[in-house]
Design a protein around this ligand. Structure first.
Ligand code: SAH
Length: 242
């Protein structure tokens, strides 16, 4: 009888401990949920983003996981943040705006140039079936790969390399999103965009750039200027700007 009672109490302790750790994990992973909802309401929806798929993706992806620990509490402010190696994670509104302009559908294949933290890749992976992303700085690419794998994204393919050249083996792409700024549109990216496809890209020097949306129609790119922006430059293997 005594051993039965102690067995019961051991079971009860085990149950309460497992509830306790479940709660801790749950609270921890939900730590910024309200703040994230507020960010989406005040910075994304209020500024005119309407695509429900984009809004849902911005609600789902925990941006604080993609920034350095000491910036975690700033992760939901509408600003870019440093991610090391002189690079930045883009401001949430710009991520949402760029994603929305591509008019994405689930079955699409999208190429991103400039993986950086992996945040934009995660947003894309919430929406489309196939994401390809290229990062030129190895340490950033490897870090993003580890994080995206730990978050169980199975539809993101990453490569370390020069994104100016695109990813020929997997072309053509339904959409291309470039998150670093070359002066002019990279020819290989133009070629790897599908007929009817869209490419969003910041173009210009290091001071002034324009976010430009291109649509490929009859083999030609039709240009539409979206907004003035400031991105890090697109660089070559030797560190020079494109
Ligand atoms: N999309 C990123 C933002 C990254 S900032 C995010 O969500 O966090 C732009 C990134 O482009 C930087 O990481 C930079 O290293 C990378 N980059 C610059 N030139 C590149 C090139 N030629 N090919 C691929 N990536 C490049």
């Amino acid at each position: 009888m005594k051993s039965f009672k102690s067995l019961i109490s051991i079971i009860l302790i085990m149950i309460s401990v497992s509830f306790l750790s479940f709660n801790i994990v749950k609270n921890d992973s939900d730590k910024y949920e309200k703040v994230r909802q507020r960010m989406v309401r005040n910075q994304i929806v209020a500024k005119g983003v309407k695509d429900q798929k984009v809004i849902q993706a911005m609600l789902n992806v925990q941006r604080h996981l993609f920034v350095p620990k000491n910036y975690e509490r700033m992760a939901y402010e509408d600003r870019p943040l440093s991610i090391g190696e002189g690079q930045t994670i883009s401001q949430p509104y710009i991520v949402a705006l760029m994603t929305e302009t591509l008019d994405l559908k689930k079955e699409m294949k999208v190429l991103e140039i400039g993986t950086g933290s992996g945040y934009q890749a995660a947003i894309l992976a919430e929406i489309v079936d196939h994401v390809y992303s290229i990062e030129i700085i190895e340490s950033l690419g490897l870090r993003a790969k580890k994080l995206l794998e730990s978050l169980d994204y199975k539809n993101i393919n990453l490569k370390i390399g020069d994104g100016y050249k695109g990813w020929k083996e997997n072309a053509p792409f339904d959409a291309i999103i470039v998150t670093c700024a070359p002066t002019n549109i990279p020819k290989p990216l133009e070629e790897q965009l599908k007929e009817g496809g869209k490419m969003i890209i910041p173009l210009g020097g290091s001071i002034t750039q324009k976010l430009v949306l291109f649509e490929k129609k009859n083999g030609k790119l039709i240009k539409k200027i979206v907004a003035p922006v400031r991105f890090v430059p697109m660089i070559r293997d030797d560190g020079k700007h494109y």
